[in-house]
Structure formats: C-alpha cells, structure tokens
Design a protein around this ligand. Sequence first.
Ligand code: TYM
Length: 321
Amino acid sequence: MRILTGLQPSGKLHIGNYFGAMQGAVRLQEEGDAFYFIANYHAMTSTSDPGALKENVTELAIDFLACGLDPDKATFYRQSDIPEVNELAWILSTVCPMGLLERCHSYKDKVAKGLSANHALFAYPVLMAADILLYDANLVPVGEDQKQHLEVTRDLCGKINDLYGADTLVMPDARINEQVAKVPGLDGQKMSKSYNNTIPIFGAQKKTRKLFMSIKTDSTPVEEPKSTEDSVILDLYRLFASDSDYQQMLTDFQAGGFGYGDFKQRLFDAYWEHFAPMREKRETYAADPAQVEEILRSGADRAREEADKVLQRVRKAAGIR
Ligand code: TYM
C-alpha cells in the first residue's frame, strides 16, 4: 500500500497541520510504503519571496523529521525536485472541466481573502491530483479542508482511466481522521494561517503560553460552573490530554471554582509536554541542515524512479511517447 501526503511550506507549522496530517502520516509509515513531500510549487501561489520559500522548505523538513517522520521508512522529498509532476498536471488538465475547479471552496476562499486570482491558484487542485496520481498512491492522510481536492483527484483519475484504459492511473482514497480533521484555532474557527489564529508546534515557551492565555472566554465568575459547549479550551485539551485528564477538566468546568486562567494553564502544560521530545529532536536536526538536505535529495531520487514509471505508462497510454 502506498501512502502519500504533502504539506505546503508556508511558514511555521501549526498544531492543525500536526493533528490533521502529520501525526497520522507518522503512524502510517509503519503500515506501508510512505511518500511524504514538501509542496513548494503550491506555496508559490501564496508567496513570491524566494528567500522565504527556500527557508520555509528547510524549516518544514526539520519540523516533520522532529515530529517522527523516519527517512529510513518514508520517502521524503521536495515537490520541485520531481518536475515531472508538471507534465502529469498538464495531461490531467486536458480532462478537467472548468466547472470542477470553479466549485472548489479553497480557491474561492483564497480569492476572497485577497490572494490574486491567477491561473496557478485556480489550477491548484490539478497539480495536487498530479502529486498523488504520479506515485500510484492508495491512501492520502489529510485534514478536512483537503477533502474536496481529493474528490477532484478521484474525478480526474476516473476520467483518464475511462479515456486511456482502466489501468492507467491508480484510484486513491482520502484518509480523514474525523476526530482531528478540523482543529480549531484560538478564535474557534478552523486553525489556519489565513485566519491568524494558529498555535505553532515549535513556538517559544513564553510567547506560546501568551497565545494560549489569549483564547477568548466569557465572563462567568470563577466560582460558577462554565459552559462546556463549543469551548476551544476543551476542544484543544482533548487533543493533548489523557482521557482521565480530559474528564477531570470537564468535571471541573461543570463544578465551578476554577477560573479560565487555570484551564488555559493546564492546556498549555499538556501542549508543552506533548511536544517536549520532538523539541529536542528538532534541535538535533536544526544543527545539521546538510543532513536534512541529504535526506530530501535521496528521497527525491527514490521518488523520481516511481514518478518515471507512472509517467511513462501515462505517456504511452495517451499516445505522446
Ligand atoms: P496545507 O499545507 O494547508 O496543510 C497540510 C495538512 O494539514 C491539514 N490541516 C488541518 N487539519 C486539521 N485541522 C486544521 N485546522 C488544519 N489545517 C491544516 C491539511 O488538511 C493538510 O492535510 N493542498 C495541501 C498540500 C498538498 C497535498 C498534496 C496534500 C499539495 N499536494 C497532495 C496531500 C496530497 C495543503 O495546502 O495543505
């Protein structure tokens, strides 16, 4: 079974990325042939600063390795090191109806937020489909926000197979863990850089504690019970805490006698402890960027072999050999 997922290098990774995609990806590397990559072509739709783009790739690689990606088990590479993906994207775009892309929420949201409505942003899901189909991926662990892109991928895969033969491309499935598919941000909306509500995985201690303390709460007095409905504190705590600690916080919410500051401190402590071993590992990788680069380079060699096989199959089927 081939497992594949990608993350955009668009700044500091946040705990939505971690729970929505990385944690599942790290677990799945034990169960199949994993291909994980850094989607730097995709990041060009939101950044045009060459220095930042390059730096963000290295930072993302370090973060993912620190979070448990094992380069001996998973093939880890930079999207742009396998430029063949652009050829497959072109071939897929020849069967992609405009309406399919026009319906994509992500495009509409990004334009509404002020990103320029250029071709790359519009065709983003086609490149993403190529990322997946170029490696015969079976399973794609992602968060809820990528669900529609996976549907586009499956749609395009079906169209190519109808046209050129059922064995041309492998049909992938999304793996969305519903419990962590939509991690809320500090304001209760989906955690996302574009909402400015993120909690970094590897933030500085004081600064990140301040972020947790900034979670908006109501003005229920300390001694009174607190509402457990739609509580960002509880929703985030559930991700980090053991079942019994989570139950304890629920009980304390309902009992009264504890202020929100106390709950936020417990949440911060659980977060800090969860990432402690990864923080240490991160320092080791950060001290050796040459090793990180070598991991990506050798991952690209292996990924390219796979990409070549699939692309030759598609070229032959489509008659453009
Ligand atoms: P990106 O970089 O925005 O996010 C990376 C992964 O994190 C998940 N995620 C979340 N999950 C739960 N709660 C949240 N608040 C949250 N925020 C982000 C995303 O769902 C994603 O799984 N288009 C992709 C990158 C990509 C890709 C691919 C993924 C390019 N090609 C091929 C899979 C396969 C993206 O922008 O993810």
